[in-house]
Design a protein around this ligand. Structure first.
Ligand SMILES: Nc1ncnc2c1ncn2[C@@H]1O[C@H](COP(=O)(O)OP(=O)(O)O)[C@@H](O)[C@H]1O
Ligand SMILES: [Mg+2]
Ligand SMILES: [Zn+2]
Length: 286
């Protein structure tokens, strides 16, 4: 029999804040291919206004927009790649701790994800020698199991790094959507199926040890089909708690919980804190 210690109270920010009609509007926008990405950003904010969802614009990337809502970062997928990106970050966030943002929640189709809010890195900090060493150390520590694109030592990548707002001010990757398992078949060079690529010294591109060819992450990505991506991600509803209400008591599952820090945060939560657990909100409503 389960005691209270085996139970955990969870909050779904998505179910609490986003009415079903709002998710439908957002989903239609994501799927709309005749609107430019810039227009999509404005339209997302219009939709949020329509449903009176308080938000602060944060930043835009290639496939997602971020806004600060109730003290958390909500990433909105603006196209089909953005959907996959949100799911990937949800899937890998826990196993990559402590040097990536914690992704707490994700809709099963990737439309929205909720994660911790971190301080953005400045260009100056990104070029600082000590920071470069720390970033290399982090990427090196992941390199046995994963390659992560768009976070290597290249000026174009500084917007994908930040600092955790805790007393230790830990260095974190805030966009790690281009993460791939090193065992993924696409990391074998075309010259020889057995030739596994490795990072260059800036962790920016990949090099084939056999023919010496340099591959960018864009080259690799182009070789990965959508089907391969879906297959790799699997069903994320099996990888977190599934929520049907804004608050639920669930049986504790240690596979879905972030194990460290909790109190050590400087972020002021305006409202109820989110428990440090992974969860997916149901999305079969639209
Ligand atoms: N956890 C976060 N904390 C603070 N800002 C963030 C966070 N996540 C993303 N952002 C901001 O939003 C921008 C876009 O998000 P990102 O995840 O990089 O999207 P994309 O995958 O489309 O590049 C980032 O460049 C950054 O400015
Ligand atoms: Mg980015
Ligand atoms: Zn080769």
């Amino acid at each position: 029999m389960l005691t209270d210690e085996n139970k955990v109270k969870l909050r779904s920010l998505i179910l609490e804040i986003f009415p079903k009609e709002c998710l439908i509007d957002l989903y239609k926008l994501t799927r709309n291919q005749s609107v430019s990405t810039n227009q999509k950003r404005d339209l997302i904010f219009k939709i949020l206004d329509k449903y009176q969802i308080e938000h602060e614009p944060i930043g835009s990337g290639t496939n997602r927009y971020s806004a600060l809502i109730d003290g958390y970062i909500v990433k909105f997928a603006i196209d089909s790649d953005g959907l996959i990106d949100n799911m990937r970050e949800f899937k890998y966030s826990m196993q990559l701790q402590p040097n990536v943002i914690k992704v707490y929640e994700c809709l099963p189709d990737g439309l929205l994800s909720v994660s911790e809010y971190v301080e953005l890195m400045s260009m100056d900090e990104f070029s600082n020698r000590k920071t470069v060493e720390m970033m290399k150390e982090i990427l090196e520590s992941y390199a046995n199991n994963y390659f992560i694109g768009d976070v290597g030592i290249n000026a174009k990548n500084y917007t994908n790094w930040g600092w955790r707002k805790n007393t230790k001010r830990e260095l974190v990757i805030l966009d790690f959507a281009y993460i791939y398992s090193t065992s993924f078949k696409n990391f074998r060079c075309q010259c020889d199926k057995k030739s596994i690529m490795f990072y260059d010294d800036k962790f920016d591109n990949l090099i084939c040890p056999t023919c010496g060819r340099t591959w960018s992450f864009d080259d690799i990505r182009r070789r990965i089909s959508k089907d391969d991506q879906w297959e790799e991600i699997g069903n994320i509803e099996e990888q977190g708690y599934v929520m049907h209400h804004p608050e639920e008591i669930k049986n504790f599952n240690n596979q879905f919980s972030f194990r460290f820090e909790k109190e050590d945060t400087k972020v002021k939560k305006k409202k109820k804190p989110i428990s440090f657990f992974m969860r997916t909100a149901e999305d079969d409503k639209y």
